[in-house]
Design a protein around this ligand. Sequence first.
Ligand code: HEC
Length: 133
Amino acid sequence: MTRHVALAAGVLCSILSAAVLATPPTVSWKLFPEATGPAGASTGKAESQTGKAEFQNACAICHGAGPDRPGTSSLQFKYGGRLPALLEERTDLTAERVKYYIRHGIAMMPGFRKTELSDAQVEAIANYLARKR
Ligand code: HEC
């Protein structure tokens, strides 16, 4: 009897973990649910599209335009207009620096775990913000 229960629990666990593994990591909010780019796109324009979509999903809730975005307001205060408050308008950011802040956070900004943003998603966002313009 106990063996059957253990077996059933084992089977259930493998089904559940397969379901979890099949779902890509994501943040718990979605500001623009429709803004999901093509998965696994790797070069040029497609990559910057993916980075933009990932930025909309994970960052725009704080770094978008508007008065109620704490990231934008903090950066407005921090730089007093010397640099654009909107990350998407900055031309001084390097991908390395963006990746560091995403994983470690800064001041009120939380760091993102790998279960929230995968390395590929972080890479896409960093390349999008650091892209040459
Ligand atoms: C919960 C709100 C919040 C979210 C979500 C958030 N940020 Fe931030 N972020 C902030 C705040 C607030 C600051 C300003 C910290 C300070 O005053 O130094 C900041 C600062 C930054 C900075 C530093 C800029 C500078 O010049 O100091 C970068 C880069 C950054 N965020 C990138 C991101 C990216 C990329 C994402 C999405 C993966 C993201 N943030 C998501 C709130 C957020």
